[in-house]
Design a protein around this ligand. Structure first.
Ligand code: SAH
Length: 270
């Protein structure tokens, strides 16, 4: 027999993406696995509507601990191994896609190194879905032939920043920033300093496909103020580039309505 034969007594871990939050955007496979799983480990990112669907008696929130700080990744890794060793089939449910900034790669590595069989169940990532439901295509024949998905979590002024904002400013494609609400002023300044035009359009899409989705628009110069004015908070995706400006021409007819039909885009200052 070829390859490693999983131990029959072990359960399987399914690294499942939930999509951005609308339960209708769960994959058919994710839904089936959630029904069949012996145990579900999740955090808050799948959003309230999907969390409401989870089987209460078999679900465990590993996002925040009682005193409010984040559960260390090592604890989640260990819990997955522990459950699989009890023979349980486990769904590790993650917002968006499980392998886009979700630490899914680390979980896969941990499982493999402990001999636990696992399956990756891809999903709709917020990096593409959040701009999409706001009426923004991440690529467009006339506006962007590349799209970069980056983390905004790091301090762009640090020399060892893993994101090369200067290079991104030069590509002329679309930049989608995840985890980028807090450091928005820092990386928009970094892009501007690297030569990106001050009037480059930017959109913020908060809680995309959740009942209280918000969209706010501006430019790399104004968006930090717009963020404060509108009150954009995580989770939100930042879309930078000419594609963000195309929204204006379609939004009147855009029927993606996630419970808050009011257009929340703030007036640009000035
Ligand atoms: N694996 C996820 C990303 C995890 S990192 C995915 O593929 O979407 C967490 C970041 O994802 C958040 O800070 C935010 O930038 C983004 N995000 C996830 N779900 C979102 C949603 N429904 N609306 C807006 N941003 C979202």
């Amino acid at each position: 027999m070829e390859g490693a034969e999983p131990d029959a007594a072990l359960g399987t871990v399914y690294l499942v993406g939930s999509g951005p939050g609308d339960p209708e955007l769960l994959t058919v496979k994710a839904r089936r696995l959630l029904e069949e799983a012996d145990h579900v480990l999740h955090d808050k990112l799948p959003g309230p509507r999907i969390i409401d669907l989870l089987p209460e008696d078999r679900s465990e929130d590993v996002g925040k601990r009682a005193h409010g700080d984040r559960t260390p990744q090592s604890e989640i890794n260990e819990r997955l191994v522990e459950l699989a060793r009890e023979g349980k089939d486990v769904v590790r449910l993650k917002g968006g896609d499980s392998f886009v900034f979700g630490r899914g790669g680390e979980e896969a590595h941990h499982l493999a190194s402990h001999g636990i069989p696992f399956e990756v169940v891809p999903a709709v990532t917020s990096a593409i879905a959040a701009p999409g439901v706001a009426g923004i295509p991440v690529t467009h024949r006339d506006h962007a032939s590349t799209v970069s998905i980056v983390t905004g979590h790091e301090d762009p002024t640090k020399a060892e920043s893993a994101v090369n904002w200067e290079a991104l400013a030069e590509t002329g494609g679309t930049i989608v920033v995840l985890m980028g609400v807090t450091r928005l002023p820092q990386y928009t300044s970094a892009l501007h300093e690297a030569g990106m035009a001050a009037d480059t359009p930017v959109a913020l899409v908060e809680r995309a496909t959740w009942p209280n989705q918000q969209v706010a628009t501006g430019t790399i110069e104004t968006i930090a103020d717009v963020r404060d004015e509108v009150g954009i908070e995580p989770p939100a995706v930042t879309v930078i580039g000419d594609v963000a400006g195309t929204r204006e021409s379609v939004v009147e007819f855009l029927q993606n309505d996630y419970g808050n039909p009011a257009e929340t885009t703030a007036q640009e200052p000035g």
